[in-house]
Design a protein around this ligand. Structure first.
Ligand code: PLP
Length: 455
């Protein structure tokens, strides 16, 4: 089959995620056929630097034979068995132990799921169950953030703060509130009364959280949920004042902290977990993606002692689980992935070498006429596109972000657009030379975007 055949069948039968099928038109989907290292290849023979690591997940890069071998060996030995009732199997047990070894000291248990969305559903049920066992069943409200992303199941969508998702497919799960995100460039730069200092803005976001807690009644609030750095919302790195102020608010009202590590976990920010970078002590951490470098689907919830001890000692059976919770082949691949990351000092390299190098090179793009801000942390970065004439956002109707994304692809680079925010999150095995290539291609794409918009 050639590209046209695949595109025709795709259009005829395949409802794939987050796609406007009518808008696909004659052009059709790009067909990705193979990949190695940080590069993907399409059916037309193009080699493209994948600066998104798939969907923020291929942390060890493409084509790692060790992961293929781990899957093969496990599929031959025991392709499937479950972890329900009183059975389990070696890969799940070994992966659980390895994860708890890597996690902060107060985290000693994990519940496996098949994805990050399922991890957030699981977390929600655990949090509410915890407070019920503690004699406070009214503590049901979860406060999350506007523009946060926590998945596409009903609970994941409801926990997320993405308005278009809430508008489709029925009402969200009750008793979930959203507070303002610490997005200085998008919302703080021109705050009430003119320019706002980022640190003052970060504190104001924590104050908004406190106000929300008081409005709901502190006795009714179970947990606060947030990503360390908001990923799908736009690689939103909070001002330094934000997390310390949030921590103080949560401690004041004894509210559980849930840190969604689905993107930030496993080295993305230069630590094993984003929580470590921000010195957080989460009660629960949903995980997925980089756990297996995306080679096979697996997620989970890392559960801190406070919640785990209560669930175990007082909870009896937890009526919850998935057919693929801790699937043996997925667990074997995840374990091998973590072992390789350990052996190759991937996390340290991101923290000490690649992250600072990307920060330096990425910041150079701030001088481009359509870039209002270039920010990065570890191996996650964003460019904010602005109209050079006004210094403001482009007119939305121009679709500058999507235009830039499509031009990037043509130039051999995957960058993601969220509105007019361009995002990167490359494999953690990227080299300095490949970072140079990434930045060069990004600049060329910015030039071409500007030229196109001026036509
Ligand atoms: N949480 C965060 C922070 C995510 O970015 C995602 C996916 O992008 C999810 C949860 C959902 O994970 P999954 O797509 O594996 O269900």
């Amino acid at each position: 089959m050639n590209t046209r055949d695949y595109q025709a069948l795709d259009r005829a039968h395949h409802l794939h995620p987050f796609t406007d099928f009518k808008a696909l038109g004659e052009e059709g989907s790009r067909i990705i056929t193979r990949a190695e290292g940080v590069y993907i290849h399409d059916s037309e023979g193009h080699r493209i630097l994948d600066a998104m690591a798939g969907l923020w997940c291929v942390n060890l890069g493409y084509g790692r034979q060790e992961l293929v071998d781990a899957a093969t060996a496990q599929l031959q030995q025991l392709p499937y068995y479950n972890n329900f009732f009183k059975t389990t199997h070696p890969p799940a047990v070994r992966l659980a132990a390895k994860l708890c070894d890597l996690a902060p000291a107060h985290i000693n248990h994990v519940f496996f799921t098949g994805s990050g969305s399922e991890a957030n559903d699981t977390m929600l049920r655990m949090v509410r169950r915890y407070w019920a066992l503690k004699g406070q069943p009214q503590k049901q409200w979860i406060i999350a953030r506007e523009n946060g992303y926590h998945g596409s199941t009903l609970a994941g969508m409801s926990l997320g703060g993405m308005a278009p998702m809430h508008d489709q497919g029925g009402p969200p799960v009750p008793k979930i509130a959203h507070v303002r995100q610490p997005y200085w460039f998008g919302e703080g730069r021109f705050g009430e009364g003119g320019d706002q200092d980022p640190e003052a803005f970060g504190r104001a976001c924590a104050e908004a959280l406190e106000a929300q807690i008081l409005e709901l009644g502190e006795q009714n609030v179970a947990a606060f949920l947030a990503e360390p750095v908001q990923g799908a919302g736009g690689a939103i790195i909070p001002p330094a004042s934000y997390w310390p102020a949030v921590k103080a608010v949560l401690a004041k009202y004894d509210i559980l902290l849930v840190v969604d590590e689905v993107i930030c976990g496993f080295g993305r920010l230069g630590e094993w977990f984003g929580s470590v970078h921000y010195d957080l002590k989460p009660d629960l951490m949903p995980i997925a993606k980089g756990l297996s470098s995306g080679y096979l689907p697996i997620g989970g919830v890392l559960v801190g002692d406070r919640v785990a001890d209560t669930l175990i000692e007082e909870g009896g059976e937890f009526f919850h689980g998935f057919t693929y919770s801790g699937h043996p082949a997925c667990a074997a691949v995840a374990l091998k992935n973590l072992e390789l990351m350990d052996a190759e000092d991937i996390v340290e390299r991101v923290r000490d070498d690649l992250g600072p190098y990307l920060a330096r090179r990425w910041a150079e793009l701030a001088d481009h006429p359509i870039v209002g801000e270039a920010r990065s942390l570890g191996l996650m970065g964003a460019l904010e596109l602005i109209d050079p004439e006004t210094g403001e956002r482009f007119d939305k109707a121009l679709g500058a972000g999507n235009l830039c994304r499509d031009i990037c692809f043509e130039l051999g680079l995957v960058m993601r657009s969220v509105g007019d925010t361009m995002i990167i999150s490359p494999p953690l095995v990227i080299t300095r030379g490949e970072i140079d290539e990434l930045v060069t291609k990004a600049r060329a794409a910015l030039d071409a975007t500007l030229a196109d918009l001026r036509q």
